[in-house]
Design a protein around this ligand. Structure first.
Ligand SMILES: *[C@@H]1O[C@H](CO)[C@@H](O)[C@H](O)[C@H]1NC(C)=O
Ligand SMILES: *[C@@H]1O[C@H](CO)[C@@H](O)[C@H](O)[C@H]1NC(C)=O
Ligand SMILES: *[C@@H]1O[C@H](CO)[C@@H](O)[C@H](O)[C@H]1NC(C)=O
Ligand SMILES: *[C@@H]1O[C@H](CO)[C@@H](O)[C@H](O)[C@H]1NC(C)=O
Length: 469
C-alpha cells in the first residue's frame, strides 16, 4: 500500500493502544472482603502495593475501597452484584442511577478500567431463568450509561468460570456448554467484539490438577514444567508447557468454534491455595508461592509470552487473592487463597512485578500434602477460637436434622449421650453429618465451628464413624 495510508494506519494503532489509558501492565490482585478481621481499605491497598500489585479488582463498588484507591495510580476493576442484573437489564434509568451512584463519585480520580456485571453467574443454575437472559441486556444498558457520561476507557464484561465449557480437553476440541452457548454467549461475544472488550475468565489450574493429580504432573500446573512433561495437542500440534495455557487455549478454541476468533481474554482470577482441609491435596505455602511467583514472572515478561494459540498477546491478570478470608464458606482451601494474613503479615513473599529473581526469595517450607491424605478423618468442633454456644447449638440442630439417624447416638440412652454437654454432642453431630454428606460435597465447616481431625474422637462405647477417604 502507499506510504501515507500505511503511516496513518500505524498512528491509529498506536492511538488505540496507548492513548485510552487501557494499556494494562503488571499483575493485579483480587481484593475480597469476606472476613471479619481484615484491615482498613487504606492499609489493604498499601499491602497490595507492597507486593508489587499494579491493579485491584473488587467484587462490588465499595465506596471506602474506591476512595482509598483515589490518586493511588492503581487500575481498578469494579463489579455489579448478581442480584441487580434483572433490574439493570429492564430499566435504562436504573442502569444510569447505578453508574451515577457507584462510579461517578470516584471516577476518574480512581482509575476504574473494568466494570464487570455479575460474578460467575453462568455457574449458578438456580438463576438460569431469572438472571442469565438479563446478563447481556444489563451490560448493554450500563455501557450506554457509561458512554453517555463521556467515559470511553472503561471496558465492560462479566466473569466466567471454566465450567462455561462442556469440553475442555484437548484444548483444540473445546466447546461451550450448549445451555449457554447460543442464548447467552453469542450475544455476549458480539458485545465484547463490538466494544473491543475482554472475555473475563476465572481459571484455576489448582482445581484441574487437584481432580487429576495422578495424571497431571504438579510441575506442569506450577509452571515448573520441563520439555518432558509438555503436552502436544493432537488437533493443532501446538505444544503446551503449563496447565494454565492449556486452559486458556481451550476457551480460545471454544470462542473460535462459535466464530469469534479475536476476543482477547483477561484472566480475572487465578491463584493457588496456601492451606486447606486434611482431605485436600496440594494446598500449601510452597505450591502457592511457586505458582504466583512464576505467574508474575510470566505475565510481566516482555514481550509477553501469550499462549501457544495466541503467542505474544498481552493479557490482564488478577491473582486471587489479597487476604485469607475467614468467612468464605466451603472447604478449607476457600479461606486460604491470600497473599496476606488478615493481620497484614505476608503468607509468603511474592513480587508481583515479576522482577525479583527466584534465588533471592527465602527458602519455602516443604510441601506436606502433594499426595492425598491416607488415614481416616473425622469432623469435630474446631479448636482454637472461642465458640459461641448459641451458634454451636443451632449448628447441632441443623446437622441432626440432615441425613438418616444422624444424631441417634446422642439421644438419651444412646452410646454417646454421656457426657451430656453441648460440646461433646456437637463433636458427634458434626462428624455424623459430614461422614454421610462428604462424598456429595458436604463440608466440615459450619461457619468455622467445625474442622477436620486425624485423631479419632471415639471414647468408651461411643464410636465415631469414619469412612475411608
Ligand atoms: C427504573 O429505575 C428508576 C431509577 O432507579 C426507578 O425510579 C423507576 O421506578 C424504575 N422503573 C421501572 C419500570 O421499574
Ligand atoms: C426454568 O424454567 C424451566 C422451563 O420453564 C423449568 O423447567 C426450570 O425448572 C426452571 N429453572 C429454575 C432454576 O427455576
Ligand atoms: C452468639 O451468636 C449470636 C447469634 O449469632 C449473637 O446474637 C450473640 O451476640 C453471640 N454471643 C456472643 C457472646 O458473641
Ligand atoms: C437416607 O435414607 C434414604 C432411604 O433409605 C436414602 O435414599 C438416602 O440416600 C439416605 N440419605 C443419606 C444422607 O444417607
Amino acid at each position: 500500500m502507499p506510504l501515507l495510508p500505511f503511516l496513518f494506519f500505524l498512528l491509529l494503532l498506536s492511538y488505540s493502544s496507548h492513548c485510552d489509558g487501557l494499556r494494562f501492565r503488571g499483575v493485579g490482585v483480587n481484593y475480597g472482603t469476606l472476613g471479619d478481621d481484615l484491615p482498613s481499605a487504606a492499609r489493604s491497598i498499601g499491602l497490595l502495593r507492597s507486593a508489587g500489585g499494579a491493579a485491584v479488582k473488587i467484587y462490588d463498588a465499595n465506596p471506602a475501597i474506591l476512595r482509598a484507591l483515589s490518586g493511588s495510580g492503581l487500575l481498578a476493576s469494579i463489579m455489579v452484584p448478581n442480584q441487580l442484573i434483572p433490574l439493570l437489564a429492564s430499566n435504562q434509568s436504573a442502569a444510569d442511577a447505578w453508574v451515577s451512584a457507584n462510579l461517578l463519585p470516584f471516577y476518574p480520580a480512581t482509575r476504574v478500567r473494568f466494570l464487570l456485571v455479575g460474578n460467575e453467574i453462568l455457574s449458578d443454575a438456580s438463576i438460569a431463568n431469572s438472571t442469565w437472559p438479563a446478563l447481556v441486556p444489563a451490560i448493554r444498558n450500563l455501557h450506554r450509561s457509561v458512554k453517555s457520561r463521556g467515559i470511553h476507557n472503561i471496558k465492560l464484561g462479566t466473569t466466567l468460570a471454566m465450567d462455561a465449557l462442556a469440553v475442555s480437553f484437548p484444548p483444540s476440541a473445546a466447546s461451550f456448554r450448549p445451555d449457554i452457548a447460543e442464548p447467552v454467549l453469542r450475544p455476549l461475544l458480539d458485545f465484547l467484539t463490538r466494544s473491543r472488550s475482554y472475555f473475563f475468565l476465572d481459571a484455576y489450574p489448582y482445581f484441574t490438577w487437584a481432580q487429576n493429580w495422578d495424571s497431571i504432573p504438579l510441575d506442569y500446573a506450577l509452571f515448573q514444567g520441563n520439555p518432558s512433561s509438555s503436552y502436544l495437542d493432537p488437533g493443532t500440534r501446538l505444544i503446551y508447557t503449563n496447565l494454565l495455557d492449556q486452559m486458556l487455549d481451550a476457551v480460545v478454541a471454544a470462542m473460535c468454534r462459535m466464530g469469534y476468533a479475536s476476543v482477547p481474554i483477561a484472566l480475572a482470577e487465578t491463584g493457588w491455595p496456601n492451606a486447606g482441609d486434611l482431605d485436600q491435596i496440594g494446598a500449601n505455602v510452597r505450591n502457592a508461592a511457586t505458582y504466583n511467583r512464576n505467574l508474575a514472572r510470566r505475565m510481566t515478561a516482555r514481550p509477553p509470552p501469550g499462549t501457544p494459540a495466541r503467542p505474544g498477546v498481552e493479557m490482564p491478570v488478577f491473582v486471587f487473592s489479597l487476604f485469607n478470608e475467614n468467612q468464605k464458606p466451603g472447604p478449607g482451601t476457600e479461606r486460604h487463597w491470600g497473599l496476606f494474613n488478615p493481620n497484614g503479615t505476608p503468607v509468603y513473599e511474592v513480587d508481583l512485578t515479576g522482577r525479583r529473581p527466584t534465588a533471592t526469595y527465602p527458602p519455602l517450607p516443604p510441601a506436606q500434602n502433594n499426595t492425598p491424605y491416607k488415614g481416616r478423618i473425622w469432623c469435630v468442633v474446631a479448636g482454637g477460637r472461642k465458640t459461641n454456644a448459641t451458634e454451636l447449638g443451632s449448628a447441632v440442630s441443623y446437622a441432626c436434622g440432615q441425613g438418616n439417624g444422624t444424631c441417634n447416638a446422642i439421644q438419651p440412652g444412646g452410646p454417646c449421650y454421656w457426657p451430656n454437654t453441648l460440646a461433646a454432642h456437637a463433636n458427634y453431630a458434626f462428624n455424623s453429618y459430614w461422614q454421610q454428606f462428604r462424598k456429595s460435597g458436604g463440608t466440615c465447616y459450619f461457619n468455622g465451628l467445625a474442622a477436620q481431625t486425624a485423631k479419632d474422637p471415639s471414647y468408651g462405647s461411643c464410636k465415631f464413624p469414619s469412612l475411608p477417604n
